[in-house]
Ligand binder design. Sequence first.
Ligand code: FES
Length: 366
Amino acid sequence: MTRFPPPMSLLAELTHRCPLACPYCSNPLSLDRRQSELETQDWVRILEEAAALGVLQVHFSGGEPMARADLPALVHHASSLNLYTNLITSGVLITQATLAALDEAGLDHIQLSFQDVTETGAERIGGLRGAQERKLAAARLIRARGLPLTLNFVIHRENADRVAQMLDLAHELGAGRVEIAHTQYYGWGLKNRDLLMPSAAQLDAATDAVVKARARFGNSLAIDYVTPDYHADQPKPCMGGWGQRFLNVTPSGKVLPCHAAETIPDVTFPNVMEHALGEIWQDSALFNLFRGTAWMPEPCQSCALKEIDWGGCRCQALALTGDARATDPVCARSDRHEVVVAAAEAGHDGDFAYRRFTGTGRNETG
Ligand code: FES
């Protein structure tokens, strides 16, 4: 039987609870509630199975992972297994005490998200009053403790004109790295796509701001720049290829090759409460569904780039064509490329659908 190389990274989505309500959240539209979250001992076993499988890095994510009181214990356990630990956080729950607990547990790195550089812009997206001030304070606390810091800005039509200021802020706060990542249109981002989509002129200006900042800051600030697929004509190798480098574990224990995989129809989603992580990685129908190149239709099958882009993004193909096996319509060679062009130029009326737990009218944190 074929044995596939181990994944490099585990995305541990500890909870879908979050104090923010960003309309581009990559979590699914149907969020896992607190009652369905895995227990501490389940995550301990997952971390042990991940290390045994050959995983090198664990990214504690959510929702807001700091909403889980057992986060320092999980970081400590991961660290004791020699896993590199990264915390992906909104920062609004960071205090001297919570940060000290994580640092003492052995946390290696923090990725702190910002919604904007202006308080008004940030609060309009995140929906939490005072969040910007708390994030700025969190960044300063993180640097004061000497922890490596990456800032993450998600770019969309309402903040795309402020990319230069975002890069200045990252430098001023002492981040070693900043991600300027245009919105990816999955989950809530797909639901709000028409309101979030930047114009081609905004994209060009944002790209220009990144180029100038790279020249200005040199090696003192690494800048990762993620462009929006919808203005491209070549697909990206989503997740580095389906079932090749990453696995996500959701708050309720489903194991997925990417954060939007739950949209794929007619497939069973394996759960860590029923199967070992290694068994899921190697043998599950889900992880083998689009692994490698054998599944690809034409023109992908005869494309010279098929082992570079690995067929692009299956969830995007599904969202835009109704068929997860179709050529990613971002590709100019797709016979449905025009749906991407039309979406990039669509109208922009209406109000955001904010990320919320259906039926509660608010986000839950505790
Ligand atoms: Fe699922 Fe790209 S998000 S394959």
